[in-house]
Design a protein around this ligand. Structure first.
Ligand SMILES: NC(=O)c1ccc[n+]([C@@H]2O[C@H](COP(=O)([O-])OP(=O)(O)OC[C@H]3O[C@@H](n4cnc5c(N)ncnc54)[C@H](OP(=O)(O)O)[C@@H]3O)[C@@H](O)[C@H]2O)c1
Length: 348
């Protein structure tokens, strides 16, 4: 980059964010994605002052108390309650990041309105998912889109960050049971639609590091950014696991009728949801089949398609940051060093 262009960017950055540290308010600090973001922001105290936004119902949770024990200022607020209290909390916040769970996306709507009213300089809404188009491919993506549209209607500065699928949810289990300790649903040996479709995948632990880089960067304001560690097909992931473990995985092929099957499943669950919007099981069913359809049938979750959709590529923006490759993650997994996602969670 030439130095004039660099000076322009820095000056724009200072106009937008200010000179000093960024005051960041994080919603979801006790969650998986939010936990990764929190870790990374706390590792860079010269750049960030981090505070947490917590719902009143969770104030006595040990995870929330742990935040206070780490010296993190927490604000209690019902994000679906009256807007005035939210505006007060958001006043003076430079960057608001939401890492709310997949089921609760629309709870962000009032937060967007409050962020605009409070003059928040950048809102990072809860994206953090695979690359997919809005408009009937994935219900989860469409729900996120409702939030993005509300942001754009209000002219609120934003950055959408997607990360592909977590390594932690992408590896197959082994016949020995050696990696079962880190796997949420076992056995996991399904190969979808032939297994050759490439997919963006990322170590959950790297999400926060990417977020820290992206929110410091004026180039990413009002943009979509895709961040990832690797691009691999299911077949390649299985091969890496076999090579490193020395075990042969008995694959369960989910047939080529997947396009029809996944669409039918999604439609059936969508009908259940229409009658009973709070049916979590049906919603999870739709999400899962939508992911299969988008990732393994349509092939949406790739850097090439992300570029087509207008995303910036974080790998190109930050060539000095080396995210963990899947192969390195797999070695840690085989060494017993990976945490199972949601390990302390009781799902109703
Ligand atoms: N790329 C992937 O492979 C992948 C995998 C999973 C999820 N995701 C995406 O990542 C995003 C975050 O999901 P996650 O699974 O990381 O979340 P999570 O672990 O379930 O955590 C959700 C967080 O949001 C907080 N929260 C929920 N409702 C709230 C409310 N009304 N007010 C304040 N805080 C609230 C929770 O706080 P409490 O302590 O109060 O519960 C918790 O800290 C989702 O949008 C999902 O689409 C992506």
């Amino acid at each position: 980059m030439d130095s004039r262009r660099h000076r322009e960017i820095i000056s724009y950055f200072h106009d937008t964010i200010g000179d000093g540290k960024q005051r960041v308010l994080l919603l979801g600090a006790t969650g998986e994605t939010g936990g990764s973001i929190l870790r990374a922001l706390l590792e860079d105290p010269d750049s960030f002052d981090v505070e947490a936004l917590v719902r009143p119902a969770s104030k006595d949770k040990p995870q929330v108390k742990a935040l206070a024990d780490r010296g993190i200022k927490t604000h209690l607020a019902d994000i679906e309650g009256p807007i005035d209290g939210l505006v007060d909390i958001l006043a003076g916040v430079d960057v608001l990041i939401s890492a709310i769970d997949a089921m609760s996306q629309l709870a962000q709507i009032k937060l967007v309105t409050a962020a605009k009213e409070a003059g928040v300089k950048r809102f990072v809404p809860c994206a953090f998912t695979t690359v997919a188009p809005a408009g009937g491919v994935m219900m989860l993506r469409d729900t996120k889109e409702e939030v993005y549209q509300h942001i754009r209607k209000l002219y609120l500065p934003y950055t959408v960050i997607d990360v592909g699928y977590w390594y932690q949810l992408s590896f197959p289990t082994l016949p020995s049971g050696r990696v079962d300790y880190a796997c949420m649903l076992k056995p996991k040996v399904e190969i979808h639609n032939g297994g050759s479709m490439p997919n963006i995948v990322t170590d959950e632990r790297d999400i926060g590091s990417f977020v820290a880089l992206i929110i410091k960067d004026p180039r990413t304001l009002n943009k979509y950014v895709v961040a990832y560690g690797d691009v691999l097909s299911e077949n390649e992931i299985f091969e890496i696991m076999e090579e490193l473990s020395g075990e042969k995985i008995e694959r369960k092929f989910v047939s080529l009728s997947l396009p029809t099957r996944s669409r039918l499943h999604a439609q059936k669950n969508a009908a259940v949801l229409k009658a009973d919007p709070n049916n979590r099981l049906a919603r999870i069913g739709v999400f899962r089949e939508d992911y299969h359809y988008s990732k393994y049938v349509r092939g949406d979750n790739t850097p090439k398609y992300a570029t087509y959709l207008g995303y910036f590529d974080a790998r190109a923006l930050y060539p000095d940051f080396k995210p963990k490759e899947f192969r390195a993650f797999a070695r840690e997994l085989l060494d017993g060093k990976i945490e199972q996602p949601y390990k302390d969670r009781v799902f109703a």
